[in-house]
Design a protein around this ligand. Structure first.
Ligand code: SF4
Length: 639
């Protein structure tokens, strides 16, 4: 049973929890929580995976997963929930105002400041919103049926900090005998100590993934005599030892094949209880790997190569692990069959490079009309993209981040602008929606980076626009670890934390989102023309990619010994270009970016004196892109 009636008496619930010799409760059932603000339309993979693992390891243990964010989203309205959940500084103030009512005015100001440019949020009555959120959250907590349960775990990821702390505080008030544990990507390493010291309601924290440390804690709590010393459970920190703990280790699964498919039953049961008109077909979260192979490869190659310079997504893992192809395919098959939904989002930081094609060939063989989402690197080969499309890939987020090769070098992306344009073109051709980012204002970027970006944008017009995102400093990212290398003079907690939390907490804790002193003003000015150009790109793309067929902006049709290229233009009739014989062959050869040397070798009888002017002419007409002697044809093949 998930919720008992909400008119339960609001009192401290104590006596039914049995304790062991050292005062810790016995664990006959465990409650796992995910609080607002994750995407409401997806069950939490953290909860689902952990539940499946614990059920297998402890068959007699009752494991309940509370996707509380779905209930909150339903109550405040999905549209409003979604708008708030999109930005950290809109999401975190809501529960911060409930945690610290004495700071409510300041927090409210932060909310409205962040809501600038979002008319739907400007109209929101912040106090009424927090009132509704409090009501539904308290109903959930008061409705918890805690008979026999001794342990509650909270998964805290981005945007879930204050909401988790609110639930933790209220759960501890109501059930003081229940041991509370936190985990998730919001805290790692030394940060955990600050968290445990600042919030005495939290008894334990997991560093990294939860399966093994949580299982060992449960074993210990249920049989402390047989188990090891609680302080020696790797990956686990208790509040009592937090102060003296020098290093916090990881304790993670060596092999992901020991995992069962995630158990989303609780999410779907909750969905069924919602009023008619409030239900929907959720997207199922799946995982093929943990960690980042690009970061692991970089580590081996050089101490400096620690993945992308801005990224702190991997603080909770050590190394990279992936599931076998057959396992991934059978899990997706199982989840979609069990929950009768065909939308699947891969939650991997990036899909496994080696097995990617095989996974999607396997999924295509299932003959289900999937709608898939995944994150990829820009080096993903066309053949893999084709296999993804055939399996039902609908949307991808590619690690594009920049359209300047000199900037990509600073970002340690291991890619070039021409590679990025190539994969943008390939997505356009295959009809895969590419919702990738372009990072602006990266510290240490210079006029050359911006000039290269502006030039590449001239050629990117036929492809779906990138989303501009301003650089933010993540704790533990390579930039944060080596600030001077990027012109950063000092790094510190983002000032918004000092609005959300009282001074003793905001000063003593280290938060994931950092701020810095450096070249911020210079960067703002430098990147202004890029912002303007992206805005123009969005407008032009929206106007040109219309019509009943939504035909591509730049496309070609092949006539076997000639080629017709059609180039749509704003406020003018489309241009058409005809390429004959060898010109056609060169254009098709450069469907993937090719070096001049390779082009000359492929067409030895034509000669450099004729090939180079042809290529330059194609670049001048924006039909090809050139970078450092490499050429890429930009038109996509029309079906
Ligand atoms: S941004 Fe993606 S590819 Fe780069 S280090 Fe992070 S997870 Fe890996």
């Amino acid at each position: 049973m998930l919720y008992v009636p909400v008119n339960q008496p609001r009192k401290r619930m104590k006596s039914e929890i049995k304790t062991t010799g050292d005062g810790l409760p016995r664990v006959e059932s465990i409650a796992l929580f995910s609080t607002p603000w994750p995407l409401y339309s997806r069950p939490s993979i953290q909860l689902g995976t952990l539940k499946a693992y614990l059920r297998k390891r402890f068959p007699d243990l009752e494991v309940r997963a509370y996707h509380t964010y779905l209930k909150v989203a339903e109550r405040i309205g999905y549209k409003l929930y979604h708008s708030i959940s999109e930005r950290t500084w809109l999401a975190e103030p809501v529960y911060a105002a409930l945690l610290y009512p004495e700071r409510a005015k300041e927090i409210e100001r932060l909310f409205y400041r962040e809501a600038r440019g979002k008319p739907d949020l400007q109209k929101v009555d912040f106090r009424a919103l927090t009132g509704r959120v409090k009501e539904v959250s308290d109903q959930i907590i008061n409705g918890l049926d805690w008979k026999g349960s001794g342990l509650a775990g909270f998964s805290i990821c981005l945007c879930q900090l204050t909401s988790s702390l609110y639930f933790i505080k209220r759960v501890k008030q109501r059930f003081p005998d229940v041991a509370l544990l936190v985990g998730g990507s919001m805290f790692a390493g030394k940060m955990i100590q600050g968290l445990l010291e600042a919030f005495p309601e939290i008894d334990f924290a997991v560093n990294g993934e939860g399966e093994l440390p949580l299982s060992e804690l449960i074993s210990y709590m249920n049989d402390p005599e047989v188990g090891r010393d609680i302080h020696s459970i790797p990956g686990l920190v208790s509040r009592k030892e937090a102060k003296n703990k020098k290093t916090v280790s990881f304790h993670q699964l060596q092999d992901l094949t020991t995992l069962l498919p995630p158990d989303y039953d609780d999410y779907f049961h909750l969905l069924k209880t919602l009023p008619p008109g409030k239900t929907f077909f959720p997207t199922l979260s799946a995982e093929a790997s943990r960690g980042c192979w690009w970061r692991s490869a970089g580590r081996q190659a050089s101490e400096k190569g620690r993945g992308c310079a801005f990224c702190n997504l991997n603080l909770q893992w050590e190394g990279y692990r992936s599931k076998e192809v057959s396992r991934v395919v059978s899990e997706v098959d199982y989840l979609t069959t069990r929950y009768k939904s065909l939308s699947v989002a891969f939650m991997d930081n990036l899909l496994p490079a080696r097995d990617c094609k095989e996974i999607f060939l396997g999924l295509a063989k299932l003959e289900k009309d999937f709608r898939l989402f995944a994150e990829l690197r820009a080096t993903t080969p066309y053949e893999h993209l084709k296999a993804m499309r055939a399996a039902g890939m609908h949307e991808v987020q590619i690690g594009i981040e920049a359209l300047s090769t000199s900037l990509l070098r600073k970002l340690n992306k291991g890619t070039t602008a021409i590679q990025n344009l190539q994969i943008m073109k390939e997505c356009e051709e295959l009809g895969i929606s590419n919702t990738s980012n372009l990072i602006l204002c990266f510290p240490g970027s210079d006029a050359q980076d911006v000039a290269e970006t502006l030039r590449a944008l001239e050629f990117a017009l036929p492809f779906r626009p990138l989303r501009p995102v301003r650089f933010w400093l993540g704790l533990g990212s390579p930039v944060w670890e080596e600030p001077r290398a990027f012109g950063i003079k000092a790094a510190f907690n983002h000032p918004n934390y000092a609005i959300l939390f009282p001074p003793d907490i905001s000063r003593s804790m280290c938060f994931m989102i950092q701020s810095y002193r450096g070249d911020r003003g210079y960067q703002e000015k430098l990147w202004r023309p890029v912002k303007r150009k992206i805005s123009a790109w969005n407008k032009a793309y929206a106007r040109l990619k219309t019509g009943p067929l939504c035909s591509p902006i730049l496309s070609f049709r092949d006539g076997r010994d000639f080629l017709i290229i059609r180039q749509k233009r704003l406020n003018a009739e489309p241009l058409t270009h005809r390429l004959l014989g060898t010109s056609r062959e060169i254009y098709l050869f450069c469907d993937r970016h090719r070096g001049l040397k390779a082009i000359l070798a492929k067409f030895p009888r034509v000669g450099e004196e004729r090939i180079v002017p042809f290529l330059n002419m194609m670049v001048g007409k924006k039909l090809m892109f050139e970078e450092n002697g490499r050429y890429l044809s930009l038109a996509v093949r029309k079906d």
